[in-house]
Structure formats: C-alpha cells, structure tokens
Design a protein around this ligand. Structure first.
Ligand code: PHE
Length: 488
C-alpha cells in the first residue's frame, strides 16, 4: 500500500516534498514509507534526498508531568488556604515533587516559604509547564525561551527526525515490474526470454551464514601448534587415554609416593576400575629400586615404595605420563633419536576460578638423543616459541621431581608490557631414564605448556569459563576468527 501510494503519487506529481507530511496525510506509518523509498531507490525507481529536522521529545520525567501536572502546580494544589508545615507537605507529596515544586513555586513567587509554614501567595495558577509539554507531545512548535527552560529542567531532549524528498528516478514506472532471477527452459521455448527483465547481481550482498561445523578456538590453536611441531620434525604421541595408572603418571617419573600432588586433593582417583591390571614387572622392580635405594649415582628417596600406590588409577594430571610410556617403549629397542609431541587433555582437582578449570589441555614436546645439554633445550625452546610469535624469552630455575635442571619459561608480552609465564621445562633425570633402559649417554630435554593460556591471550578472553565448558556462548564458536601463528 505504501509502495503504491509513492509510485502512484509520482505518476501525476513532480515531487513528494516531505515523506513525513506525505505519510501523515495518508495515515501511513512513516517508517513504512521510508522502507519503501529505500527499496525503490535501490532499484532506481525514485531519486531520494535526505531531510533532517531537529525536533523535541519528552523525557520520562517530562511525560510524567504532561500526565499528572508539574511539581509546582501539584505543590500549590496540596497547600490548604491556612498554609501547611514543611514536613507534612513533604510527606503528602513525596520528597522529589516537594523539592522541585518548592524551588519552582518560590521562583514564580507563588508561595511564602516561612520557617514553619508554607503558604500560598496567589490563589489561582496555571500549569504552563504541563501545557507546553502537551504541545510538544502533539508535535506543535513552542517558543525558544520555553524550549530553553524545559531543556534546562531536563523535561525535553532534542531528537533528529529523518525523512526524504522524493522524485521519479531513471527507472521510474507506476508499478514495480517483476524481475526474473532464473532463466528457464520454458523461457527459451516460448521466446519469452527476449522480453524478460532480469534481476541484477548484487555482488556486495553477504553470503548465507555457514551452518556446518565450527572449530572451537582451542582446536584452531591446537591445529596451528601441531603444524609447528610437524614443521620442526616432531612425531605425535598417542594420548587417547585419559585414565592412567599412578605408576605411569607419577612413579615412573620419579615422583615420590608421599608427594603432595599425589593426594586426592590434587588428583582425581578412579573408583572403578580403581587399579590398573598390568604393568611391565621388571621395569616396576627397577622403579621401586630407584625410589627406595637410588642407583646410577642417585641416593633415591629411602622410603618403603608401595605397589598398591602405583596401581591406583587416576585421570592423568599431565601428558608427561604419555611421554614416560613412549620413552619406556623406545628403550625396549636399539636406540634411535626421537622428537615427540602431544597436545591433549589433563585433569587436576583444583578450585575453579577465572583462570583455572579442573581440566585443561597440555602441549608437550621432547627430544631424546645422545649428549643433549641444557643449551640444546634453550635452543629448541627459542625455536619453538619464536614460531608462536614469542621471540623474547627468559628462564628461571624451577623444580620438577622428574627434571634436573628445570626451568620456567617466561615470554615478554608486548601488549601487556610485562613478562608472562608461558611454560615449564627441563632435562629428564637419570633416575627416570636409566631404569627404563635408555643408554647412559642418552638425554631427554622436554617442555610443557597449556593450550588455554595462549588461546585466551590470542582471542582476548579473560575468563576461562568463557572459553571452555557449559557456559561457553555458541556464537563464539561460530564467529571466532581463524588463527595463524607464524609458521616458517
Ligand atoms: N609436566 C609438567 C607440568 O605439568 C610440564 C613439563 C613437561 C615440565 C616436561 C618439564 C618437562 O607442568
């Protein structure tokens, strides 16, 4: 109806001067007219020029006074001929109307503000404010002094009104022609194609949103980090077992059985099956031996090593458990150097907060070769982290039961302008490697970091619960940008 009105009017008239007046005269909603004009303009049926007008609209407070009257008149109506005490008047009117009403009525010299009593100086007053507000509400113009006063009282605010003036466009027709979007076999056969008008391609239209699967940011970053490891010649370790025995998770790593990390406060132990079925017995004996009495130049921990502790099943607390299995397997064959990596989930019984969940992903890399030194570790870390875009690194001595020396890794974050911890590393101890059967001159350098930390930094997420878990916004998964780390 709006479209017919616009096209029909232009058939006999030169111009629609003001879309606002045009809409009002025909009782059509102005927004509807505006939409039609925009659409007709797009197809060049009409030419349109913007019109802008400053108008005034009532604020909530203004609307309220337009309904119930200004506070000063409310106040006047509440004062009896003999006057009234301040307290009582305030009680009757409420504090806001009382305060504003007093100020305005005093300014108008309508009232006598005595110490005790408030009384009227004039009998009859007109509610000009209310009348002015009603006029504005009805779209009528009022004087500039009144506008100023109402604006100062925050009863009205300016609003820009937007409309159009409209003329015939180059493709004007009194009725919109149906444009064809597909050319069919029938069009050809009937010869109709000669007359048809085709819809033009809109090259700037957006495509349909993809409704297929979407990679979670963690998976995107994982994918990139995997590429980095592969570029550096690392092989991926199989990490498809969340459940591990304490033996592989702790004992094989020379972590003593009294270590606090082995407490149920830190580790999730399994109820069923609560223990592992099999372990390589001769290796278990060598591990027991090294814990209890030492060897290979170590004094061991000199305590009673218990098989039952080692048998307990748990959710692995680090992927170093997998590294340990892999190194043990490597030691069963004639030695060949290896570079291994893994990226998978680990579990810790932690209090959940902005930066911690009870599960997260670990990235782990290791190099196993003859004669490796701490310099090799530092070199590999520089190589690896620079590919992640972290070129400034610092190392701080640290402690892990299974590495000596151990180093925490810090990287200078240009955005945060400070050093942030990005990982942990070290050289696996002989107490771990020798019982496995690796030759004496073989060293293993290794490092680990979380996948969540760099992902949160990269995607600007500061609460881990917005990244992982049931509270994650599905929109984030659909809309997060692709991730590219510098791959050489
Ligand atoms: N397992 C360590 C951790 O959980 C990381 C690490 C891996 C440290 C390898 C040293 C060597 O943080």
């Amino acid at each position: 109806m709006a479209e017919e009105a616009v096209l029909g009017y232009l058939e006999n008239n030169n111009e629609i001067r003001d879309s606002g007046d045009f809409a009002a005269e025909r009782g059509i909603d102005h927004n509807e007219i505006v939409n039609v004009i925009k659409s007709l303009h797009g197809f060049r049926y009409v030419d349109a020029e913007d019109i802008k007008r400053e108008t005034w609209v009532l604020t909530d407070e203004g609307n309220n006074y337009a309904n119930v009257g200004s506070p000063e008149v409310q106040l006047m109506l509440a004062i009896p001929p003999q006057g009234i005490s301040r307290d009582e008047l305030q009680k009757n009117l409420g504090p806001t109307v009382f305060k504003i009403g007093c100020a305005q009525a005093a300014k108008n010299k309508w009232v006598e503000m005595g110490k005790q009593l408030i009384s009227k100086k004039v009998e009859h007053v007109e509610d000009r404010v209310k009348d002015l507000l009603l006029q504005i509400q009805q779209g009528q113009g009022i004087g500039s002094d009144d506008i100023k006063a109402l604006k100062a009282r925050k009863l009205i605010v300016p609003q820009t009104w937007k409309g159009y003036s409209v003329k015939k466009g180059p493709s004007y027709a009194p009725k919109r022609k149906k444009v064809v979007t597909d050319l069919t076999r029938d069009n050809f056969q009937s010869g109709e194609w000669k007359e048809l008008e085709f819809k033009e391609y809109n090259y700037s239209a957006k495509g349909q949103p993809l409704e297929g699967g979407h990679l979670h940011p963690l998976l995107k970053v994982r994918c990139q980090i995997k590429q980095i490891f592969l570029c550096m010649g690392f092989e991926e370790m199989p990490t498809n077992n969340y459940v591990e025995s304490s033996f592989w998770n702790f004992d094989s790593l020379f972590q003593p059985q009294q270590h606090p990390a082995r407490d149920s406060h830190d580790t999730f132990f399994l109820d069923a099956p609560s223990t592992t079925k099999e372990l390589p017995e001769d290796y278990v004996q060598r591990v027991k031996q090294i814990h209890e009495y030492g060897g290979y130049g170590s004094r061991g921990y000199t305590y009673d090593w218990k098989r039952e502790e080692a048998n307990k099943n748990l959710l692995r607390t680090h992927t170093t458990a997998v590294s340990s299995r892999m190194l043990y397997q490597l030691a069963q064959k004639p030695f060949s150097p290896k570079k291994y990596f893994s990226i998978d989930r680990v579990f810790r019984n932690e209090a959940v907060d902005r930066t911690h969940l009870a599960e997260f992903h670990q990235i782990e890399g290791l190099v196993c070769d003859r004669g490796l030194t701490l310099c090799d570790l530092i070199g590999v870390l520089h190589d690896f982290f620079s590919r992640l875009g972290m070129t400034k690194l610092k190392f701080k001595p640290a402690y892990n039961p299974y590495t000596e020396p151990s180093m925490e890794i810090f990287s200078y974050h240009e955005g945060f302008k400070k050093w942030v911890e990005v990982g942990n590393s070290g050289m696996f101890r002989p107490e771990m490697l020798r019982p496995m059967g690796l030759p004496e001159d073989v060293q293993v350098i290794a490092w680990g970091l979380s996948l969540e930390r760099p992902t949160m930094i990269m995607y600007g997420i500061d609460n881990i619960r917005d990244l992982f878990g049931h509270k994650v916004d599905l929109g984030l998964i659909k809309k997060n940008p692709i991730c590219r780390l510098g791959i050489d």
